[in-house]
Design a protein around this ligand. Structure first.
Ligand code: CA
Ligand code: CA
Length: 144
């Protein structure tokens, strides 16, 4: 398994950032991606820690979504803030994570993540449409 920094190459990184930008054109929801090497416990629990660390709870509508990847530990979690988590329904989050895990195995990591981000954006758009004065509340770059 590659390290967090090598999980995506530069080109793939750009594909993912473009997907975030595109997804956020439809919704006020804010999507972020965080990659680290190890997660020894529960992926979702760790994602909650990262979520706070990145101050993702500071969106006006509490609609941040974090895609969390522990590269060497092979763990993936997708966490939505309280404004969203229930609205999209437990199945949505489970399906998203399972799709990612399956496609990561097939080595279609960047495309899989980009597609999930776009899909997440369109799901979010029905609950949180983008307004004309939308601000980019959270950075679209991948954090490590
Ligand atoms: Ca925004
Ligand atoms: Ca953003």
């Amino acid at each position: 398994m590659p390290s967090a920094r090598n999980f995506f190459n530069k080109q793939e990184e750009q594909v993912i950032i473009d997907a975030i930008v595109k997804a956020e054109l439809k919704t006020s929801g804010e999507i972020r991606v965080h990659i680290e090497n190890f997660c020894f416990g529960n992926g979702l629990k760790r994602a909650k820690v990262i979520f706070k660390k990145l101050k993702m709870q500071n969106t006006k509508e509490r609609n941040g979504v974090l895609f969390y990847i522990a590269a060497r530990s092979r763990k993936v979690a997708v966490l939505g803030d309280e404004g969203i988590y229930q609205k999209l329904g437990a199945t949505f989050w489970e399906k998203t994570v399972n799709n990612l895990i399956n496609q990561f195995k097939e080595n279609k990591k960047a495309d899989a993540l980009a597609n999930s981000i776009i899909e997440c954006g369109s799901q979010l758009s029905s609950f949180f449409p983008r307004s004309s004065n939308d601000a980019d509340e959270l950075s679209n770059t991948i954090s490590y």
